[in-house]
Design a protein around this ligand. Structure first.
Ligand code: ADP
Length: 268
């Protein structure tokens, strides 16, 4: 490059992906669950992971929240350290610590089972993370939690206990609990698969609204109608690799790979 050549500018923060995952690998004993997973998530984007049971979807998601530590690969969450899991100097314990530090406060997970504390009220469940972990003053946490509960139609359940709520309401509290942490990245792990069919719609509707509001999210789901409507990009995983990726339109109406076609034929 000559001195007169323009120096390539760093992409502006708006253009840089919020998250870049490169070559994620993970084995449980002999079982190679992730065999080199690459993807990016841009700000405001909804990425949906689909694929057969055991294909590695949940393990990918848990790697984005520090609940699983990959054996190799790189996670780059914009504004944080680049975590290279295979770096010689790191070692598994150090990699896991760096991963947890980098992801703490930046990603929040909504689980298949809402995982609410049964002995705490709805409000107490929601403010627990902000107050205990993030050291937000209690009065502010309560005000923010109340506003969030109102947004998902649960203001009047503030002082109820989880057992007094329907499964769909419990899961909506689970979503509010994740939102209260104000993460950059929301992770959903089959958020409706433990619900009775008639309760699925209300939860998917809340997630779709959050997507419209511009939250960045990665969603593992079998609800293809939801993926079609809400996803910017769909990744089809099988055997620990991303077999195919594309817009919902591309993937669902014109899948290129035989494996994708077979999977869709089975579940559509
Ligand atoms: P999916 O979400 O696509 O169903 P998972 O990521 O949950 O797939 O699991 C992929 C594979 O990894 C499965 O074979 C599962 O049994 C295995 N697995 C996941 N977590 C663990 C773990 N903590 N210990 C051992 N095996 C695991």
């Amino acid at each position: 490059m000559s001195p007169t050549d323009p120096v390539p500018a760093d992409p502006s923060p708006a253009e840089r992906p919020l998250l870049t995952a490169t070559g994620l690998r993970k084995a449980f004993g002999e079982n190679e669950v992730l065999r080199g997973i690459d993807f990016e998530v841009r700000r405001g984007e909804v990425v949906v992971l689909i694929g057969p049971s055991g294909s590695g979807k949940t393990t990918v998601l848990r790697s984005l929240n520090g609940l699983e530590t990959p054996d190799a690969g790189v996670l780059d969450l914009d504004g944080g350290p680049v975590i290279d899991f295979a770096a010689q100097a790191l070692g598994p314990a150090k990699a896991a610590k760096q991963q947890r530090l980098a992801l703490r406060d930046r990603s929040a997970m909504v689980f298949q089972h809402h995982n609410l504390f049964p002995h705490l009220t709805v409000l107490e469940n929601v403010i627990e993370g902000p107050v205990q972990v993030q050291r937000v003053p209690k009065a502010r946490a309560v005000a923010e939690a109340t506003a969030l509960l109102d947004r998902v139609g649960l203001a009047e359940k503030r002082d109820a206990y989880p057992f007094e709520l329907s499964g769909g309401q419990q899961q909506r509290v689970g979503i509010v609990r994740a939102l209260a942490l104000k993460p950059d990245l929301l992770l959903f792990d089959e958020p409706t698969s433990a619900l009775d069919p008639e309760l699925v719609g209300e939860v998917l509707q809340v997630i779709a609204e959050l997507a419209r509001e511009g939250w960045t999210m990665v969603v593992v789901t079998h609800e293809l109608a939801f993926a079609r409507q809400a996803a910017d990009e769909v990744l089809f995983l099988d055997g620990g690799v991303v077999v195919e990726r594309g817009t919902p339109q591309e993937l669902f109406t014109a899948p290129r790979e035989e494996r994708t076609r077979r999977f869709l034929d089975r579940i559509l």
